[in-house]
Design a protein around this ligand. Sequence first.
Ligand SMILES: [Zn+2]
Length: 311
Amino acid sequence: MLTGFGCDAMEVRRGTMSRKEKGMNITNEKKLAKHAAELGKSADAKAFSQLAELVVSASPLVRRLAASAIGKLAGIAPAGPAVEVLHPLLRDEHPQVRQYSAKALGAFGADAKAVLPDLRDLYSNPVERDYVKRSVLAAGKLIRSAVDIAERQAIHCCQRCGVKLEPDEYVRSHKAFQRSFCNYCFDEVFLERRNFETKVQLQKNIRAKDGTWVQSDGERMICDILEAEKIHYRYDERFRILDGYAIRPDFYLPEFDVYIEYWGMDTADYKIGMLKKQQLYQQQGKRLISLYPDDKPRMCKILVEKLGKYR
Ligand SMILES: [Zn+2]
């Protein structure tokens, strides 16, 4: 029963199609084609709904001219629906319809981003006509460059408070830690990190040779090297105010007026704090030696070399 019904439905549909095609005589086709072309020149957004009907015409000539007309309404007609109507025409059985719909899609620039994969498929199709491929390539380039421009001009928001970022804020926070923070949140995150660090101060449970309690193996190594080199140092002694920020240096070497920071962690928040701190040292003209876990195998050589610059 169901199968029979399906077949009947199919027959009815085919019948409709053929009646429609039969019904479209040459005069009517020319009339519709002319109408489509005129709608394209109308510069009227309302023309779009009529064109959306014409792109499904049985006549390839009408479909092609309607597609082309929609392209001419780019910037006037709503881009989303226009791209939606043009997109399926890239698979039209008639090559000129594919060609004109590609051209029209190109006119919609970044709004037609979603069709890029289909344009790519058309371009790499070995049996596609060369003239279609040329239009497809040109449209793809237009869309791609419009997408690039849109991305550069995109409005970036702080991922913490949602405020719109100034271009320099975006550049700064991305340069520092590949995340979008406004200047306020940049500092806040840094302070949160400080609070976290304060808790860490209580976790000094590693003892250096000279009896100093430190919180990591890297710091212990630094203590031992300084001790062996007979360099006087203060470890994690007190806050210093740099540019309004409380900085608690890991090590301070009074004879050299040099600070040593051992950047022992690898989390994003830690890095935010690290970069902010390094920036503050630099801005204040402080001499800072940065050491990292990767330096551990050659810690002594690296530290002595870096200190050599300040002797
Ligand atoms: Zn923010």
